[in-house]
Design a protein around this ligand. Structure first.
Ligand code: HEM
Ligand code: HEM
Length: 188
């Protein structure tokens, strides 16, 4: 399997980044939904540890997503399946662009939210991210509401995106999913 994309294949770098980021984001969504619903009393330490993990993994996703965006610019984008109506091809591209945008925006919102809460974000003890917003509780509440809402919206979009991929594989029997698994063999 080659490193770079071709007009027909996703290369190894795009495939690894897609699935690594997908696993991390699905984990973050699940963890996020779980941790905010933990009661404070009696669960304080676990809740704080989970929020800390959520923040640091979120920043890791931001870094990987920036690399992915750069890689996307340096590579041709493999063609979408031409067997579906044009509106579905447009919907697929729009969904991919929304997901790409959100995997940058969502962690940036989380970072800004933490700054507004007066708690700087540390990255696995290696370094601390700068605070671009001053401590402000009203600002924190606004950013938190947007981050919470977008996190749930992202979960819905991922479900649609994954359902479409499975439909291509099991109903339409084309190679859309295989392409993203690095299994597609066509070279022409
Ligand atoms: C792609 C990355 C991220 C995703 C998909 C994500 C997703 C989520 C989700 C789904 C929730 C729970 C929402 C709810 O059920 O109401 C949440 C909560 C939270 N996230 Fe993230 N997040 C990401 C990155 C970050 C980052 C980088 C930070 C901070 C540096 C962060 C800080 C928080 C905090 C503090 C909460 C709890 C907010 C509250 O108490 O309501 N997140 N996130
Ligand atoms: C959970 C299961 C998932 C499945 C089965 C899946 C499947 C696929 C497939 C088959 C493609 C190739 C579409 C084509 O080019 O014809 C694709 C592309 C893409 N997927 Fe997913 N995906 C999943 C999760 C995610 C998640 C969680 C994200 C991000 C939040 C995501 C973002 C993208 C993006 C941005 C593309 C466009 C190609 C690229 O820039 O790498 N996917 N996905």
């Amino acid at each position: 399997m080659q490193l770079f994309n071709t007009k027909w294949h996703y290369g190894a770098v795009a495939v690894v980044l897609h699935w690594l980021i997908a696993v991390l984001i699905l984990g973050l969504v699940g963890l996020g939904i779980y941790m905010v619903r933990l009661p404070d009393a009696g669960f304080d330490e676990i809740k704080i540890a989970l929020i800390l993990a959520h923040k640091q993994i979120g920043i890791l996703v931001l870094m990987l997503a920036l690399i992915r965006l750069l890689w996307r610019q340096l590579n041709p984008l493999p063609e979408l399946a031409q067997t579906v109506p044009e509106w579905q091809q447009i919907a697929a591209v729009l969904m991919q662009l929304c997901l790409l945008g959100l995997m940058i925006l969502q962690p940036v919102l989380g970072w800004l939210m933490s700054s507004a809460a007066g708690i700087s974000v540390s990255f696995f003890g290696l370094f601390t991210l700068p605070d671009f917003l001053p401590h402000n509780e009203d600002q924190f509440a606004r950013l938190r509401a947007i981050h919470d809402w977008l996190g749930l919206a992202m979960a819905g979009m991922i479900a649609l995106h994954a359902a479409a991929a499975l439909r291509h594989h099991y109903v339409l029997h084309d190679d859309t999913l295989q392409k993203m698994l690095g299994l597609r063999k066509r070279d022409a």
